[in-house]
Design a protein around this ligand. Structure first.
Ligand code: ADP
Ligand code: MG
Length: 617
């Protein structure tokens, strides 16, 4: 039985439960609470599990949904549906505002910030006269749809779970779309994503608002189910509990939201039944039990219970479909391409750029230029400043001074994102992939700027045609670099050499004018290096400009039109490969024992090209 059948069985069970008269009323109530919590926790899955932004304050947004409808329907006799719209709008505005302030905070300050506004909103609910202070608001009317009252638990159950399933559908859609891939890069690949034009700050706010809206929806349902609201359920304790549910269920998985909510709510209920009998007290012991459980979870099941459940299921019944043998994405119209410079036209001019790290001059007034249809090699011992030069050109680091001109315009003051937009694609010396994302998705992220699918289109799955274009483009680039057989493999499962090649495909997917490759052949075998050299040669034929850092001199000498040699941040020499090989200063730098990391045997810059060897750096 595969996952689809499991899903159908689950939905069938969900529908059957309230229809069967033998289902105890208590179960229905419990399931309603689980559904309400699942909505909030699903937001946390996206925000915390996927996006890496921890929030303790979600209960406050539940409160806004609940209080808005309580106030609007009881004081003004307004329609609950209009109240829902007002609540969502209010939540979106507030979340946008709070997000804009708090999401800039890094490390522990972000969770602390969420605690701060979670508490503030809680006290606000409890102290405003017209919100009933600590007594709250009661006498809220139940919902009704097409004349059917949702007052009975079995009726509102249907609405709650319909909304939960819709929210799961929407969130899964979002995660598998163009904006979703950007969101999945937030936690561990933000700098890399910026280099492909992803506005990470904006996506953080997007998932923050998204999670808040789900919480608000849950609060709205809660108010009409409970028929009364008071500040209690919207305080910090509940904020922590929602986060706990997300962690237990599996913060990175949409279905983990339901699993976590179900487990914790059931467990809390059992504890509240059993513990008072054992200890003869009515104190709230569940938080202590939860705390202990959390420590155990973090020790033994960091990713939560959903992946464990999932792998057990797969082991017992098979997954039904093999990811690896999936056919390539179908043909789709090509993505728009940018106009390319004519061969020989100057693409990049670097003038006296300098980078100081404290007292260390990593890049010391380096100048060179790159023309269209040319491969320029940037060589030098480890620590010479090559990668730093790349980071200055691509905007990852700000330069201390100097000018970078790309396609006739200054770019040294621009952000990585803006430079990517203008057509600079790059790979990283230390591979920066999203290891738990498939190979093809990693490459599709590279084409982020070539599509315009937004969050709402992604969420509602209105992006089919454009998504197909992106995946098709990713597949083309992967075939081009020789990874056509690994489209659906998890990127983290590839060998290191293949991961480097994957990075080239990702950079190519951006349709760059200039390609910056930082040690692309490191870790490749002889045959793989030859294939890579062929691909790079073909790219040059097609008019691509490439700036290449590489330690394998044979590879460099064969491939490049022009070489720039750096040592200790300073340019030692520059010229055609044949001249560089005989340059005394270069020979001195390489043979003078300064660098023993270079894997060159016999010595690198002798006139005879050495036998091919794998570089190890
Ligand atoms: P290469 O790529 O040629 O091996 P790098 O550009 O990585 O050299 O490094 C050049 C020098 O700058 C090295 O001495 C390195 O330690 C230093 N360096 C690089 N990045 C940083 C940084 N972020 N902070 C401080 N020093 C750095
Ligand atoms: Mg380097």
């Amino acid at each position: 039985m595969n996952h689809r059948k499991l899903l159908i069985a689950f939905i069938a069970l969900l529908i059957a439960l309230p229809l069967l008269p033998i289902t105890p009323e208590f179960w229905i109530t419990q399931l309603n609470y689980i559904g309400l919590a699942s909505l909030v926790v699903l937001g946390l899955v996206l925000l915390t599990g996927v996006g890496g932004l921890t929030s303790f304050g979600q209960a406050a947004f539940v409160g806004i949904g609940a209080y808005t409808t309580a106030w609007f329907t009881t004081r003004y006799g307004g329609s609950p549906w209009i109240a829902l719209i007002i609540g969502l709008a209010l939540t979106a505005a507030l979340a946008f505002f709070l997000g804009a302030i708090t999401l800039r905070l890094s490390g522990h300050f972000l969770p602390l910030g969420t605690i701060a506004w979670g508490l503030s909103l809680y006290y606000l609910f409890g102290n405003i006269e017209w919100l009933g202070k600590h007594d709250g608001i009661s006498g809220i009317e139940p919902l009704s749809i097409f004349g059917i009252s949702l007052a009975p638990g079995r009726n509102i159950y249907m609405l709650i779970w319909l909304l939960v399933l819709l929210a799961i559908w929407a969130t899964s859609n979002l995660l598998n779309s163009r904006p979703g891939r950007a969101i999945r890069a937030l936690k561990s690949g933000a700098a890399m994503a910026e280099s492909f034009g992803v506005n990470t700050a904006a996506y953080k706010i997007v998932i923050f608002v998204y999670a808040a809206l789900l919480a608000c929806l849950s609060g709205w349902l809660y108010a009409h189910m409970q028929r009364a609201v008071s500040p209690g359920p919207f305080g910090l304790t509940h904020g922590i509990e929602y986060l706990f549910m997300a962690v237990v269920g599996g913060a990175g998985y949409v279905w983990g939201a339901i699993l976590g909510s179900a487990l914790i709510i059931t467990l809390r209920d059992q504890i509240q039944n059993v513990l008072p009998k054992l200890f003869d007290t009515t104190a709230n012991f569940e938080l202590i039990v939860f705390g202990v459980l959390l420590v155990i979870m973090l020790q033994y099941a960091r990713d939560g219970l959903w992946p464990i459940f999932n792998s057990l299921w797969t082991r017992m019944f098979g997954s039904g479909e093999s990811q690896r043998n999936r056919p390539a994405p179908p043909l789709a119209p090509g993505l728009p391409q940018r106009p390319r410079p004519k061969s020989g036209e100057t693409v990049l001019v670097v003038e006296a750029i300098r980078k100081e790290f404290g007292g260390l001059v990593a890049v010391n007034d380096i100048s060179f230029s790159v023309r269209a249809g040319e491969i320029v090699g940037l060589i030098g011992p480890n620590g010479a400043g090559k990668s730093t030069t790349f980071n200055l050109i691509s905007g990852v680091l700000p330069s201390t001074r100097g000018a970078v001109t790309f396609m006739g315009a200054r770019t040294d003051a621009l952000t990585a994102r803006e430079i990517a937009k203008r057509g600079v694609g790059r790979t990283f010396q230390h591979v920066q992939l999203l290891g738990n994302m498939s190979v093809i998705e990693n490459v599709a992220l590279g084409a982020h700027l070539r599509s315009n699918v937004g969050v709402i289109e992604g969420t509602l799955h209105l992006d089919r045609a454009r998504e197909a274009q992106l995946l098709h483009e990713a597949a083309i680039q992967l075939k081009r670099v020789g990874l056509g057989d690994y489209l659906y493999e998890q990127a983290g499962n590839l060998a290191l050499g293949q991961q480097r090649i994957l990075e080239i495909a990702r950079a190519l997917a951006a349709d760059p004018i200039l390609l910056l490759l930082d040690e692309p052949a490191a870790g490749l075998r002889y045959k793989e290096k030859q294939d890579l050299a062929k691909v790079l040669g073909e790219l040059r034929e097609g008019g691509m400009s490439i700036l290449l850092v590489e330690h394998d001199m044979d590879f460099v000498m064969r491939l490049t039109n022009h070489l720039v040699v750096m040592d200790f941040g300073t340019k030692l020499a520059e010229g055609v490969p044949a001249d560089i090989q005989n340059n005394p200063a270069v020979l001195e730098a390489y043979l003078g024992g300064i660098d023993d990391d270079l894997d060159l045997d016999p010595p690198p810059v002798s006139a005879s090209i050495s036998e091919q060897k794998g570089a190890t750096t």
